[in-house]
Design a protein around this ligand. Structure first.
Ligand code: MD3
Ligand code: FE
Length: 203
């Protein structure tokens, strides 16, 4: 069932549930080669969300800024290849949402523990922001904040639960968004954790 969240943004609730075991083993495999780490923002703050990447390009931040890089700065090696289950899920979800021909080359994996948050921001580091972004939520539910083009636009709160897939395209692609501090809890599969995968066309 498609649920419109905003202009060009479509939620596919529970769409990834049947793939959860395959997705979790894909994330484990990625994290074995490229461990989760807390990156530093250009302003010098350590992010509360732990991150890793797979695919031809990975999103990184350090004192120099935000960018996509072919190599993991922690290991000096290329990011692990994008597992087929992630690529195929993203392509199928994008098509279901009305964006055929989506071929992601970057997957950012965000890991939240209780208290971790992502402040309101725009995603503008991708070369062609005409491509959608596909997000997959796993583990504890989070409260997603969804604003508008301007930082001061009103913000709605939308729950994102285990297995939810959301495709963010069209005007929504540039809307401000964030994640409120994760509440404590215990998910049957992931414990006190939330994982979010964002699949993108970065290059
Ligand atoms: C709306 N991640 O990685 S996923 C991010 O749950 C990010 O970890 C959040 O924001 C998370 O940049 C939110 C949903 C999401 C992802 C990208 C978007 C919503 C978006 C890009 C544009 C608009
Ligand atoms: Fe974002």
């Amino acid at each position: 069932a498609r649920e419109g969240l905003g202009p060009g943004a479509v939620a596919l609730r529970g769409w990834a549930l049947a793939l959860v075991p395959a997705l979790l083993s894909a994330v484990d495999q990625v994290a074995e080669a490229a461990p989760f780490r807390h990156m530093v923002t250009p302003g010098g703050f350590e992010m509360s969300v732990a991150m890793t990447n797979c695919g031809a390009a990975g999103w990184v931040t350090d004192r120099h800024g935000y960018r996509y890089a072919a190599d993991d700065p922690m290991t000096g090696r290329p990011w692990p290849a994008m597992p087929g289950v992630l690529r195929d899920l993203a392509q199928a979800a994008a098509e279901e949402a009305g964006y055929p021909g989506f071929h992601p080359d970057a997957c950012l994996v965000n890991r939240y523990e209780p208290g971790a948050r992502l402040t309101l921001h725009q995603d503008r580091d991708e070369r062609d922001r005409g491509h959608p972004i596909v997000s997959v939520s796993l583990g504890l539910s989070a409260t997603f904040q969804f604003g508008g083009l301007k930082r001061t636009d009103p913000v709605r709160r939308i729950p994102l639960a285990h297995g939810d897939v959301v495709v963010w395209g069209g005007p929504s692609r540039l809307f401000h968004h964030g994640i409120l501090p994760l509440k404590d809890g215990a998910h049957p599969l992931l414990g006190a954790r939330r994982l979010n995968l964002t699949l993108r066309r970065a290059l």
